[in-house]
Design a protein around this ligand. Sequence first.
Ligand SMILES: N[C@@H](CCC(=O)N[C@@H](CS)C(=O)NCC(=O)O)C(=O)O
Length: 213
Amino acid sequence: MLTVWGRATSSNVQAVMWTIAELGLDFERHDRGHTFGGLDTPDYRAMNPNGLVPTVRDGDGSPMWESAAIVRYLACRYGNENFWPRDPAARVQLDMWAEWIKTTFAPHFGMRIFWPLIGRPLPGGPDALADAVEGLKPLARMLNDRIGDSPYLAGEHLSFADMIIGVQLYRYYTLDFDRAETPALDGYYARLCERPAYCDHVMVSYESLRIKP
Ligand SMILES: N[C@@H](CCC(=O)N[C@@H](CS)C(=O)NCC(=O)O)C(=O)O
C-alpha cells in the first residue's frame, strides 16, 4: 500500500497519482498543502524537509519526495519493460525528455505563463508575459518533433516519461494563450485525455489556485 500526502490540485502530486493509477497500485492519499496546510508540522518535516508536496511512503519504507524521483521509483519497482526499459541506453532516450520537461519546459510554462495567467503577475507585466509566451513556442515545437508519429514518447506503449511530460499538458492546453502550431503534440495530448487515469488524476480544475485581485 502506498501512502501519498498532497493535494489533488498539485501538478507534482498529479504526476505521482497518475503513475500509481496507470500501474494499478493500491494507495491512500491525504490532502496536504495550499488551503489544506499541514506542511509545517514536525511530523511532516521529518518526512519531507522541503515542506512541499508530494511525499510518498511505500509500505513502511522511508519517505520519498521529489515527484519525478517518485515516478521513477514506482516505474522501476512496479512497471513492466515498456513502462520502465531495463536497458539504460534505451531508458535514457526517454529520461532525457522527462528531465528536459521538468527542468526546462515546466519552469518556463509554470512560473512565467501559468501563474501569471491565474493571477500572480510577472514583475515585467504584460511585456514579460508576451515574451514568455513567444519563448515557449520553440520548446513546444521541440516536443512536437520528438513525438512525431508515435502514440507515446516510447512509441506504441506508455512509459514513465509520459507521466512526467503529460502532466504538464492539461494546463498547457486549457489555459487561454497563444500556443505554437504543434499537430503531433495536440494528438499526443488527445490520446492522454482518452486514458481514464489521466482524466481522474491530471484533468483536475486549477480554479481553486486562482489568486483573486
Ligand atoms: N520539485 C518538487 C516540487 C514540489 C512543489 O513545489 N510542490 C508544490 C505543489 S506543486 C507545493 O508543495 N506547494 C506548497 C503547497 O501546496 O502548499 C517536486 O517535483 O515534487
